[in-house]
Each structure stands twice: as C-alpha cells, then as structure tokens.
Design a binder for this molecule. Structure first.
Ligand code: DGL
Length: 262
C-alpha cells in the first residue's frame, strides 16, 4: 500500500487520548486512524517510569506491526518516554508535552503557568523543565485521581466538588494560563473553568494536530485521497466498559474491539 494511505497510530492509557484524536480527525478527515486505549493497564500515572516505558514500547510495537505511518502518543505520562518509542522506528513519533507547552508559553502574559497532570508526569518534571527554559514559573499540581474518576464514567455534581476542592491548592497561585498536562483532563473543562475563572486553559489536542500537520508535510506523508478516513478503536480492557466510557466521542468509528498487548 502507498505509504501515504497507511493509518496513523494513536494511543493513551484510556479515553483521554480521544480528546486528541477528535482534533486529529477534525484536521485530517481523510486520514485513517488506529487508536489504542490501554485500559487494561490504566492508569499509567501511578506506575514507575520503567513500567510506563515498557507500555510505550509494547503499544508502539503493536501499532508499527499494523503498519502505521506515524505514531501519536496521545498521553502525557507516556510522552515522557517518547525516546523509547522513537528508538523502535524511523517513522515520525509525536508526543504531547512540547507542542502543548509551546502553545501555553505563547499565551501567558504574567509568565506563570499551572500544569495539571498525573503524579508520574509531575515527578518527571518534563513540563517544569521546558517552562523554566522559557523563563516561566510553573505551578505543578498532580491530580491523578481525576483519571480514575473519568475512566469510571463518573459525572455530575460530585465531580464539580472534587475538582473545585483539588484546585483550591492553586487558586491563589497567580497563573494566567493552565495546561491540561493529561489528555483526560480537558474532559473536565466545564468544572475547571468554573473553579478557576479567568485562567486560559490549554488542551493537548490542537497543538498536537498542528505539529502532526507539519511532520506529515515534511515527510510527504499526508493522505491525498478525498474520501473520509476510517477510525478503528481498540481497548486492552473490557469492550463493554470502553464503549460506555467512550459514549461522548462523537466521531464516526468502527465498533470498539478488544486486543491483548503484552
Ligand atoms: N491520559 C494520560 C495523560 O495524558 C494519563 C492517564 C493515566 O494516568 O493513565 O497523562
């Protein structure tokens, strides 16, 4: 098959990466996508760096075996280990941290940016280091509990309370921009903006889609057909649970299928 027609592989530990996939489909409606939700190993954010890097290797290898032309790591916690994925292939691999940071740096006026992320991402200091390089004061906050909340399909008033209580820790920190440094968290946009009115929030999806556009272009990998692309979704967890927690994802796709990835 012509390389340009091959699918783009996208993965996350769960449903969070679908917020990125949504933006990718919007930008590249004619591309084919294979999405893996590694729900059998979710959450990543409480795992050791070594365990996370191993999942990055396993899922990337699965996608490469499916002949993807590029890999998008639609998970910040996994993006910390992007080098592990890059070591497996010469095809383009895109992570979330750099494009999202870059967008946030463009937006801040007072040079103070909050980063909501999993414990593993915060402990890696990946965001903090990049922000500090640009002369920004980072305000990091580990909120891994939000991942489990969203993966369990939890919604409603109590979520608003949980988010508000958690964000109290940074409400007086003085940032004017906040990064959703976990792809799950942009699903909490209504609750976050309610708790921290006036702070501009940056999600990973759009900056990542723009970077992918640049990379596909540079590598002459854009699909030039005019028809709509196919979207395949896989979970390493339960298909029933996946279908339930992915209900909000409105892009047309094939029914979610189960796969085992060791
Ligand atoms: N969605 C993932 C991220 O962007 C992490 C969720 C998890 O802890 O598995 O970091």
């Amino acid at each position: 098959m012509c390389e340009r027609k091959q699918p783009i592989g996208v993965f996350d530990s769960g449903i969070g990466g679908l917020t990125v996939l949504e933006q990718l489909i919007k930008k590249f409606p004619n591309e084919n996508f294979i999405y893996v939700a590694d729900q059998g190993s979710c959450p990543y954010g409480t795992k050791s760096p070594c365990e996370i890097a191993e999942r990055v290797e396993s899922i990337t290898s699965f996608l490469l075996a499916r002949n993807v032309k590029a890999v998008v790591i639609a998970c910040n916690t996994a993006s910390v280990h992007i080098e592990r994925a890059k070591s497996l292939t010469s095809k383009p691999v895109i992570g979330m941290i750099e494009p999202t940071c870059e967008r946030a740096v463009q937006l801040t006026e007072n040079k103070k940016i909050a980063v909501l992320a999993t414990a593993a991402t915060i402990e890696s200091r990946a965001y903090q280091k990049l922000l500090e390089k640009s002369g920004i004061t980072p305000v990091p906050l580990a909120c891994g509990e939000f991942v489990e909340l969203l993966e369990s399909g939890f919604c409603g008033l109590s979520v608003e309370d949980i988010v508000r209580n958690k964000l109290r820790q940074i409400e007086n920190a003085g940032m004017d921009v906040l990064i959703y440094g976990c792809t799950h968290f942009s699903l909490l946009e209504p609750q976050v903006t309610k708790a921290l009115g006036g702070v501009k929030c940056v999600a990973c999806g759009q900056p990542a889609a723009e970077l992918l556009e640049k990379v596909l272009n540079e590598n002459r990998l854009e699909n030039t057909v005019n028809s709509k692309g196919k979207v395949e979704l896989y979970t390493t967890g339960s298909v029933i649970k996946a279908a339930e927690t992915m209900k909000w994802f409105s892009c047309p796709h094939a029914p979610v299928r189960h796969i085992e990835i060791e």
